[in-house]
Design a protein around this ligand. Structure first.
Ligand SMILES: NC(=O)c1ccc[n+]([C@@H]2O[C@H](COP(=O)([O-])OP(=O)(O)OC[C@H]3O[C@@H](n4cnc5c(N)ncnc54)[C@H](O)[C@@H]3O)[C@@H](O)[C@H]2O)c1
Ligand SMILES: O=C(O)C(=O)C[C@@H](O)[C@H](O)[C@H](O)COP(=O)(O)O
Ligand SMILES: [Zn+2]
Length: 369
């Protein structure tokens, strides 16, 4: 059942290994990258509580010692205080340039630890062991690392590719339903942005995936990672095509900032709502048919996901404030925001040609629904 996707980036190339039971084999898998029999692992308290002993045994079976730092779980961790704590801990551990730092957790841990590895002694290698669905299909691959700033999402960071990604699909079994579905927001994004056949496959197989069928999980993670690997190999630092992976994210990041990076809105939930809004905007601009946003929303709803601004608990700012929050987006060029829109499901494209009043109107209507 095991699959390997190769991310082709010249001397920064690496494998993403996907399948059940990889934690138990972690020692033998990581050994080729080590210069000494020791790793430092950064995780979060939830993941450490559930899976750390399996990881420790996996390393010990290859004679590898492991030191561990467990950070608080959740998006609020992805900021300066826990970042500087992590860098200082890594220095206290006397991590050498030749060592491997292991990020063991969801996207929050992967992004923060990857960025710590990027700046530690001007760059040490790291291995991603993603434990959430979101991290397995998206954040562990492609080398975008970083933390949030008060001014906006992921505004401080670096491109730093991992040396290896081990996505053990067994660990997905301990995710809460909410965290699993948040990860599904990024899975379905791949279908919407570039593979109508995958979207259709998800309409049929999404329920089996959510129910825990292992072959379906391996297939969904592998197809997602393959698509991301292909895009990242073409455009590592987002000069063009990579922005397609940002479908739904301009809306999502503004909503995450507006909800204070709290558990009112998880990243993947914001991606699902953002994709629904991007398709709505595309239809209103006459780019795709009105059936496309309806089909997107119908599938998200069938999976039990958030699709509307009204699904977010508590008050939201008005549409003008949300548009102002979008101004910090990394896709702004010469003061003009680039959007990812779609000509249909699986046919996304990048454009700067979006009237601001159309964005405002979509948000105003969405806030009133
Ligand atoms: N770098 C990228 O390319 C990229 C891509 C997508 C998302 N992201 C970032 O990823 C973050 C979201 O990632 P996430 O959804 O994994 O969030 P997360 O890391 O906060 O994990 C979600 C929750 O699931 C828990 N968890 C993780 N694995 C578990 C397991 N196996 N069993 C039980 N609980 C588990 C965590 O403790 C946490 O409470 C955001 O900050 C987002 O910006 C980055
Ligand atoms: O890898 C990418 O490129 C992505 O855009 C993937 C997104 O799912 C992810 O949320 C990413 O962190 C967003 O990047 P940003 O540059 O818009 O912060
Ligand atoms: Zn994302």
């Amino acid at each position: 059942m095991e699959k390997t996707v190769h991310v082709d980036l010249g001397d920064r190339s690496y494998d993403v290994v996907i399948g059940p039971g990889l934690l138990e084999q972690v020692g033998e898998r990581v050994t080729p990258f080590l210069t000494r029999q020791r790793v430092v692992v950064v995780s979060d308290e939830n993941v450490a509580g559930l899976h750390l002993e399996t990881l420790r045994t996996g390393f010990a079976s290859a004679g590898i010692e492991m030191e561990i730092l467990a950070l608080p779980a959740g998006e609020a961790t992805k900021g300066w205080p826990q970042f500087s704590r992590t860098v200082e801990w890594l220095l206290e551990q006397k991590v050498e340039r030749g060592d491997i730092v292991v990020a063991f957790g969801g996207g929050v841990i992967g992004d923060l630890v990857g960025f710590a590895a990027a700046v530690l002694r001007r760059g040490v290698r790291f291995v991603q062991i993603p434990t959430s669905l979101l991290a397995q299909v998206d954040s562990s691959v492609g080398g975008k690392t970083g933390i949030n700033a008060p001014q906006g999402k992921n505004l401080i960071g670096a491109f730093h590719q991992p040396s290896l990604v081990l996505a053990d699909t067994n660990v997905l079994g301990s995710l809460t339903q909410r965290d699993f579905l948040a990860g599904y927001g990024e899975v379905v994004k791949y279908g919407m942005l570039g593979d109508a056949g995958f979207f259709q496959w998800l309409e049929q197989n999404g329920p089996a995936l959510a129910a825990g069928d292992m072959a379906t999980r391996v297939e969904a993670v592998t197809r997602s990672v393959q698509m991301k690997a292909d895009i990242v190999s073409r455009d590592e630092t987002e000069q063009g095509d990579r922005a397609l992976l940002n479908l739904g994210h301009t809306f999502c990041h503004a909503l995450e900032a507006a909800t204070g990076y709290s558990d009112r809105l998880l990243h993947g939930e914001g991606v699902a709502i953002g994709c629904a809004l991007a398709f709505e905007l595309s239809a209103r601009m006459g780019l795709c048919s009105q059936e496309d946003p309806s089909r997107v929303r119908a599938h998200l709803k069938a999976m039990g996901m958030k699709t509307d601004l009204g699904d977010i608990s508590g008050e939201l700012p008005d549409a003008t404030t949300l548009v102002e929050l979008m101004a910090q987006d990394k896709k702004v060029v010469a003061g003009r925001l680039n959007f990812i829109l779609a000509r249909g499901i699986g046919e996304a494209f990048v454009t700067a040609d979006v009237p601001p009043e159309a964005v405002l109107a979509v948000l105003q209507d969405a806030l009133e629904r």
